[in-house]
Design a protein around this ligand. Structure first.
Ligand code: ADP
Ligand code: MG
Length: 231
């Protein structure tokens, strides 16, 4: 068996004023695995993903990604990790409004100083991968919500991350578009060999995930098999 790509050990997060958002959460994710984190609003999903991606620090516990202890990295190490190892996708897409789809996808490669010719080629390939080659020059406001999320997905994969973190990526989309985006995430996880941890309420991802973790009030309920029938 291969080493897990993600190891989360006994995470606790207490926010100022005493809200205990996570109360001892542990799990691992293998290379190429698509893990869905489900739970109602306020159950701790965003808190968990932020700790996983080094966007915030836990009160207790440890996170390892790709063999590195995220929870022990200094700020410079975290920047590097978020640039090179982790791709992020958010509910609100997070695209830069004045940049075209292609330019948005190119941003992480500018940050990692990828040579321009290689960058242009990779941008093209990524836009094709998400089915947007015909929309490369459109700005975010000229794209539908589903198309914007496709751009965000392409951008998240720009530097060939090992881990994709997506926080309710279909939360702003209608159910049919949401389904297409979830199917795209499923396909990208397979084709790019990336590990993905996706917080969602969306039933379409729940059935596509390799594993479903259910958060309730900051702890995992017992794991259940993906696509299990509910009576
Ligand atoms: P979810 O993403 O599942 O909706 P969150 O992780 O956002 O859950 O929130 C979990 C709990 O932590 C909630 O009770 C929320 O109000 C609280 N919380 C989240 N962020 C903060 C913060 N920055 N400061 C204080 N409390 C927070
Ligand atoms: Mg959330």
């Amino acid at each position: 068996m291969s080493e897990p790509l993600v190891v989360v050990e006994s995470l606790r997060k207490v926010y100022p004023r005493g809200v205990e958002a996570l109360r001892g959460v542990s799990f691992t994710a293998s290379p190429g695995e698509l893990v869905a984190v489900r739970g109602r609003s306020g159950s701790g999903k965003t808190t968990l993903l932020n700790l996983l991606g080094g966007l915030d620090a836990p009160t207790e516990g440890r996170v390892f990604v790709n063999g590195k202890e995220v929870t022990a990295l200094p700020e410079a190490g975290l920047l590097e990790l978020r640039r090179d190892v982790i791709g992020f996708v958010f509910q609100s897409f997070g695209l830069i409004p004045v940049l075209s789809a292609a330019e948005n996808v190119g941003v992480p490669m500018r940050l990692s100083r990828t040579a321009p010719a290689e960058r242009d080629e990779r941008v093209k390939a990524l836009l094709a991968l998400v089915g947007l080659e015909a929309h490369a020059n459109q700005r975010p406001y000229e794209l539908s919500g589903g198309q914007q999320q496709r751009v965000a997905l392409a951008r998240s994969l720009a530097n060939r991350p090992k881990l994709l973190i997506a926080d309710e990526p279909t939360g702003q989309l209608d159910s049919q578009t949401a389904r297409q985006i979830m199917q795209l995430i499923r396909a990208l996880v397979r084709s790019e060999g990336v590990t993905a941890v996706v917080a969602t309420h969306d039933p379409s991802l729940i059935t596509l995930a390799d594993r479903v973790l259910e958060l309730r009030d900051g702890v995992f309920l017992e794991a259940e098999p993906a696509a299990s029938a509910t009576p």
